[in-house]
Design a protein. Structure first.
Length: 231
């Protein structure tokens, strides 16, 4: 079981759900834990919220009722070993990651924006987590949404570097797209994930992100993406 930690104070449920759908077609069973304060994934599964702790959606499982990572760990321990190949845990809440170890995770991701509030919330979580951890922890850096502004990426990354974060060399950038935002709204009301009609840039970012967090071969990830688009 490969565990991926996602620290993200910005809205990104649409992107991560699409990632999970692609990953679920790469010959692996996927669990996505939404530990964010807004629980934005519930917009897609509102009709399934009372089914149980874990609900199946678009070929993978989602959990939105866990109050902390400790609860997630206990639940996983009660399941059959190997029931999941990938577990993605996402939160913007410092309390959710209480007593969570960075070293217990196989991959680490930071979702950030350029706005000050987003950075401050991420910094709070990282400050709590790094107190008992090794000096430097590698993270995959993802800007979502990415906008051109007067604040430079170097400034953002320097602030995170002070918290023992080693950014990936090739960072991912999801540019703001009004048409894409419109499709996500439609998908929420339809309670469906649609990978069709995504921009070429967005498709590349999904494929690159899946490959990095899963460590699967790129050909396998691209094949999974093609299957996901058809379904």
């Amino acid at each position: 079981m490969r565990k991926i930690m996602v620290i993200g104070s910005c809205e990104q449920s649409d992107f991560l759900l699409l990632v999970c759908k692609v990953l679920s077609h790469a010959d692996g069973r996927v669990l996505f834990i939404d530990g964010s304060r807004s629980r934005s994934t519930t917009h897609y599964i509102s009709s399934l919220l009372h089914v149980g702790e874990i609900v199946e959606f678009e070929g993978f499982d989602i959990g939105v009722h866990f109050s902390s990572y400790v609860d997630v760990s206990k639940w996983l321990e009660d399941q059959d070993q190997g029931v999941y190949d990938f577990v993605i845990v996402q939160s913007d809440d410092r309390n959710f990651y209480d007593r969570c170890s960075l070293e217990a995770m196989d991959a680490h991701v930071i979702l950030t924006q350029f706005d000050k509030g987003s950075m401050q919330r991420n910094e709070q979580i990282l400050t709590d987590l790094r107190l008992t951890e090794r000096a430097v922890v590698p993270f995959v850096g993802l800007y979502v949404p990415y906008v051109v502004c007067s604040i430079h990426e170097e400034y953002i990354e320097e602030r995170y570097n002070k918290l023992a974060v080693q950014w990936s060399d090739d960072k991912l950038r999801i540019h703001y797209d009004e048409r894409l935002y419109e499709r996500f709204i439609d998908g929420q009301f339809a309670e469906r994930l649609n990978l069709k009609r995504l921009s070429r840039s967005y498709r590349r970012q999904i494929i690159a992100f899946v490959q990095r967090i899963s460590m699967l071969e790129m050909n396998q990830v691209k094949r999974a993406f093609r299957i996901s688009r058809r379904r």
